[in-house]
Design a binder for this molecule. Structure first.
Ligand code: NIG
Ligand code: FE
Length: 402
């Protein structure tokens, strides 16, 4: 089907002008891809096209949530209440709560329970114009549950409504049964879990949590070397609660992204710039943890490090199920401009996932599009709790027949 979207404003997200905005534009879609985009005055119509009048609405690339932990069971509202009474995230983690309590709930859930819980959350993200979502494992921390999580992610990605990028995060926390035996857990990841994940083609990338309460840079490097040997790209949770030097190490290995980055130092910024590594900011976690140390946004800008924004949806530090809210928080909490926030959930998010076929509206790109009832693109990160998404095209097909 060939569609011609007419009477719209298009935020192409091309560089060179604010939002790459084109007023009174048309977008031609053919075979699931963008065929043409530009001012209506420049378009020569093809009578075979089905015209859709968007009544002046804004069109953006479909949004991309490039860092989520969407697959899990249970929730951590009680831990959240404890934190509000003054307990810190690290204290709770050291007491055996935190990530490890979600691990217990996730291990206890079977495939269909995990699938249903995740599908419900995914639906909430998709309603806000999201067309690509990354999902990490990391709440299994044993072979069978890590595989179950990734299979759930893969199964959800079979839907025509969304592409799911699956990331293996076995090095997320030390499972309780390896508490006295860190080296053996790292060996388990390298010798058993990554090979099984790779053999089934269950992951598109490998991530780790490099932090005082999680894995050291040496442990992370060992996992990454193995992942790289299997051709899997790297991502890293880095410098969230302290500066461990993980970002510089990961960037030195060519990582696609380093995420969180509150404590990133200048050498880390420079290493990321040199490698073209994307900085994924996750203001939801910062907000819920009531952090005070902000990621070095000015230094990232000055070094031309691409900045992405994501929900980091997870039951512990960021139960945020809204990419628009994450964009808003990126602006209010970290000082991003609304344009940076939208680039962070489109073109730069695609880059963080190593995807070069989306995130921009230009010929040849996938026709993943969101249509919004707003006048200006800044409105997308302006309101909280309001969803102006009116229509979504996934690979050129209107979602829900809309
Ligand atoms: O991205 N930082 C580590 N991982 C998650 C938190 C996971 C959890 O607390 O369950 C994050 O913030
Ligand atoms: Fe995370």
């Amino acid at each position: 089907m060939h569609h011609l979207l007419t009477n719209c404003r298009v935020a192409t997200m091309r560089s060179g002008s604010p939002y790459g905005l084109i007023d009174d534009a048309v977008v031609a879609i053919r075979d699931g891809h963008i065929d043409w985009v530009g001012p209506a005055a420049d378009r020569v119509d093809d009578p075979a096209e089905e015209r859709v009048d968007l009544q002046g609405r804004l069109v953006t690339p479909g949004l991309i949530d490039c860092h989520t932990h969407l697959v899990y069971a249970g929730n951590r509202a009680e831990e959240w209440a404890l934190r509000l009474e003054g307990a810190s995230y690290e204290e709770i983690a050291r007491r055996g709560g935190g990530i490890v309590s979600t691990v217990a709930a996730t291990r206890a859930a079977d495939h269909s329970q995990l699938l249903d819980a995740t599908r419900a959350r995914l639906g909430v993200l998709l309603a806000e114009g999201v067309t690509t979502v990354e999902m990490k494992s990391g709440y299994g921390l044993d072979l069978k549950t890590e595989l179950r999580m990734l299979r759930v992610a893969r199964e959800l990605g079979e839907s025509a409504d969304v592409d799911v990028v699956a990331t293996f995060l076995g090095a997320h926390a030390l499972p309780p049964e390896y508490k006295e035996n860190r080296a053996d857990y790292v060996r388990l990841i390298i010798d058993e879990v990554i090979p099984a994940v790779a053999a089934e083609g269950l992951a598109d990338a490998v991530d780790a949590y490099c932090e005082g309460i999680a894995f050291t840079t040496d442990e992370t490097r060992a996992v990454f070397e193995d992942a790289q040997a299997r051709g899997l790209p790297l991502r890293l949770h880095a410098e969230q609660l302290s500066n461990c030097g993980g970002a510089a190490m990961a960037a030195g290995m060519g990582a696609l992204s380093c995420d969180h980055l509150e404590y990133l130092d200048q050498p880390g910024v420079e290493a990321m710039a040199a490698a073209g590594t994307v900085a994924v900011l996750v203001p939801g976690a910062w907000y819920y943890l009531r952090e005070t140390q902000e990621p070095p946004v000015d230094a990232l800008r000055a070094a031309n490090v691409p900045i992405a924004v994501s929900t980091d949806h997870n039951p512990g530090t960021s139960p945020v199920l809204s990419i628009l809210a994450a964009m808003n928080m990126g602006c209010v909490l970290f000082g991003l401009s609304p344009e940076e926030a939208l680039r962070g959930a489109t073109v730069n998010a695609a880059r963080a996932l190593g995807l070069d076929d989306r995130g921009l509206i230009e010929p040849g790109m996938l026709a993943d599009l969101a249509v919004w009832d707003v006048q200006s693109p800044a409105e997308l990160s302006y309101a909280l709790g309001h969803n102006p998404c009116r229509r979504v095209y996934k690979a050129g097909v209107p979602r829900n027949g809309g």
